[in-house]
Design a protein around this ligand. Structure first.
Ligand code: AHR
Length: 660
């Protein structure tokens, strides 16, 4: 006879076994992979990048200029500059002083008139963009324009100085005769410093005019003089983006029409480009950035050139005569819209026209006789309502009359649903719009739940450009949003849905792209940087894995005959790469436990091994930072026994399987 305790022990061990077996079943999934062609191509533009000058992304970021307000053009012309021994702007016999002279006939209208009374005491300093970052062992081109007015100033002495006053590098130049002249020198810093400043002193007493005081690393992307920050462009390059959307974002629209982005003012000689206040200067009361302007050193020519460098299709977005509807919502009257439309037509000529055309000639003179072969243009950024549709029609007719092969991107407003979104889509469909831009900043949960969003889209309507999206850990425009693993994982789950619907969704981009750790306005962002370094967020690695493994043709992956859109917290998509004969499977497991998957391949004969790339982290709130990138892809090879694809997917992870 069994004792009570024995009965209990047996029952207990049986139930444990049952529980484990049941658990095993729950965590084991049998998927079917069908290698038969779906005839759906993954467009080369599928995964691209969205660039906007927000968070110091251009000046202070990608554009490698290290001097803020180099030509004294800000509304407060001495922003970024200091004269430590000058108490007032009036004559100061103990040191000297600076006044701003304005020549309204010029686009770059201000310059500094510097009067030196006592050269032992007078100095002029620039603080850079939250400091000047300098790397030991690198060289820096320093230049300025100077006109000698009167007196006997014989030299300009320039130093790069640490916050505590320690000199890191010093150079000096003799001042030659009258007239404006450009002086060029090279700094070689003795140490690496994140927040240095530039200090100018003068030898002798007298008056000089100065303008375009500029400092650039020599080691820029492709070694271009006055070029872009190498580490940042490298990160963009590594994404292998299909397109580069520029210059935004709301910056296209401007707070007012006068402050909209006007591409024609951003080309030609850098020193002639008219500076403009940045829209994000006072965009958010909680992140005011009064020293944020646009020098346009990174202008439309440079954006096209960058697209070419990255192997990405250039995708410029232009104002359609509507200022940001979150700000003034100023509108150009329909009868006054022509100059805006003409800007679009001229841009196409600038990019694609031959050297005999007016704008093609300017591109040629800027050093690029070969057309940029632009194929896409965006009309308006994030506009909504009847005013938009009315204006869009005018642009569409004018552009397609002259350039029938250009693909036009139209917009559906700032939200992924609701009245404006529905109205925009309804009207754009009626107009046979080609590609409609959708924006969604939403919770990680929204991204998980919407992985099937495009499964339901009309296959005969316009194509979709998921032009701005990012999961928000706290809420939209909340300053505490983080680029944590939870947001990245939810984006990965959602992206399997984008890919699975590659017949409808032909372009996608995370937004915003870049953020200066000390100068940001909007978070989360794909890449964070300071004056010396940058790091990639987990969200960046998700983008990179999808983009680098986009393949060429969609194939099908199922569980029980159904696509995986979050049943049992699993998401999946699969592609073939006709260029190298690979089959690529992407699976997201958003379960808090490991899951095993057995994939049954049909119409594909797997070789005897596969590459497995895993992106995961043990904590959903984990992040990367300047010190370490803990969350990054890990690659391994797995042997396939008898062609069987069996894989364990860790809790909360994205896994990419590549099978020859
Ligand atoms: O990406 C930041 C901003 O979000 C963009 O400028 C705008 O288009 C959207 O509202």
């Amino acid at each position: 006879m069994k004792t009570k305790s024995k009965i209990f022990a047996t029952t207990f061990s049986l139930s444990v076994a049952f529980f484990s077996a049941q658990n095993e079943n729950v965590n084991k999934h049998f998927l079917d992979l069908d290698g038969t062609s779906t005839n759906i191509k993954i467009q080369p533009t599928m995964y691209g990048i969205f660039f906007e000058d927000i968070n110091f992304a251009a000046d202070g970021g990608l554009y490698a200029e290290l001097i803020k307000n180099r030509s004294f053009e800000f509304d407060e012309p001495l922003t970024g500059w200091k004269q430590p021994n000058t108490k007032t702007l009036s004559p100061n016999l103990d040191s000297g002083f600076l006044t701003i002279i304005t020549d309204k006939s010029k686009t770059n209208k201000n310059y500094a008139r510097i009067t030196v009374w006592n050269d032992k005491n007078y100095s002029l300093e620039n603080e850079g963009f939250r400091g000047i970052g300098l790397h030991q062992g690198e060289k820096y081109d320093f230049s300025f324009n100077l006109e000698n007015i009167s007196g006997n100033i014989s030299a300009v002495n320039a130093s790069l100085v640490e916050e505590n006053g320690k000199v890191i590098s010093a150079v000096s130049t003799i001042i030659k005769g009258g007239g404006w002249q450009k002086y060029s020198l090279v700094f070689a810093p003795k140490s690496t410093v994140e927040k240095a400043k530039l200090q100018l002193t003068f030898t002798g007493k007298g008056v000089v005019n100065m303008d375009m005081i500029s400092l650039f690393p020599q080691d820029t992307w492709k070694g271009r003089k006055g070029g872009m920050r190498k580490d940042l462009v490298q990160k963009l390059y590594d994404l292998q983006p299909g397109f580069l959307r520029f210059p935004g974002g709301c910056i296209v629209e401007g707070r007012t029409l006068a402050e909209r982005y006007q591409w024609k003012k951003t080309i030609g000689k850098v020193e002639d480009r008219e500076n403009l206040i940045n829209k994000w200067n006072n965009g958010f009361a909680h992140r005011l950035t009064p020293d944020y302007w646009q020098s346009f050193g990174l202008g439309f020519f440079e954006y096209f050139q960058l697209s070419e460098d990255l192997g990405a299709e250039p995708l410029p977005i232009l104002s359609c005569g509507m200022a940001c509807q979150f700000n003034t919502a100023e509108l150009v009257k329909m009868e006054d819209l022509n100059p805006y439309v003409q800007d679009a037509l001229d841009l196409i000529e600038f990019a694609n026209g031959d050297s005999n055309t007016k704008w093609g000639k300017i591109r040629t003179e800027m050093g690029h006789p070969k057309p940029f072969n632009m194929k896409y243009i965006g009309v308006g950024n994030e506009q909504w309502g009847e005013d938009y549709i009315e204006r869009y029609k005018v642009f569409e007719t004018a552009i397609h009359d002259k350039y029938p092969n250009i693909q036009i991107i139209s917009g559906s407003g700032p939200s992924p649903d609701g009245e404006f979104f529905d109205y925009g889509w309804k009207e754009l469909k009626k107009l046979n719009a080609q590609i409609v831009d959708e924006h969604y900043y939403n919770s990680p949960d929204w991204f998980l739940k919407n992985a099937d969003r495009y499964d339901k889209y009309d296959r005969r309507g316009p194509k979709v450009f998921a032009g701005e999206y990012a999961a928000q850990s706290v809420g939209v425009v909340k300053p505490d949003n983080k680029n944590n693993w939870q947001t990245a994982l939810s984006e990965a789950a959602f992206m399997t849905g984008l890919e699975r619907n590659a017949d409808v969704v032909t372009m996608t981009s995370y937004a915003p792209l870049l953020a200066h750790a000390d100068g940001w306005q909007w978070t989360p962002d794909l890449i964070w940087f300071n004056n010396l370094k940058s790091y990639a967020t987990p969200n960046y690695y998700v983008q990179k894995l999808f983009s680098n493994n986009k393949g060429t043709d969609l194939i099908k992956i199922f569980e029980n005959g159904k696509v995986l859109t979050g049943q049992n917290n699993l998401y999946a998509s699969a592609v073939k790469d006709s260029k190298n004969g690979e089959t690529i499977i992407k699976i997201v497991n958003s379960n808090a436990v490991q899951t095993s998957v057995e994939i049954n391949p049909k119409n594909i004969k797997p070789g005897n091994k596969m590459t497995k790339i895993i992106l995961t982290s043990s904590g959903l709130s984990d992040e990367n930072n300047f010190q370490t990138e803990n969350i990054k892809p890990v690659e391994e090879t797995q042997v396939l026994k008898k062609g069987k694809i069996s894989v364990d997917i860790p809790a909360n992870s994205l896994i990419i399987l590549k099978i020859k």
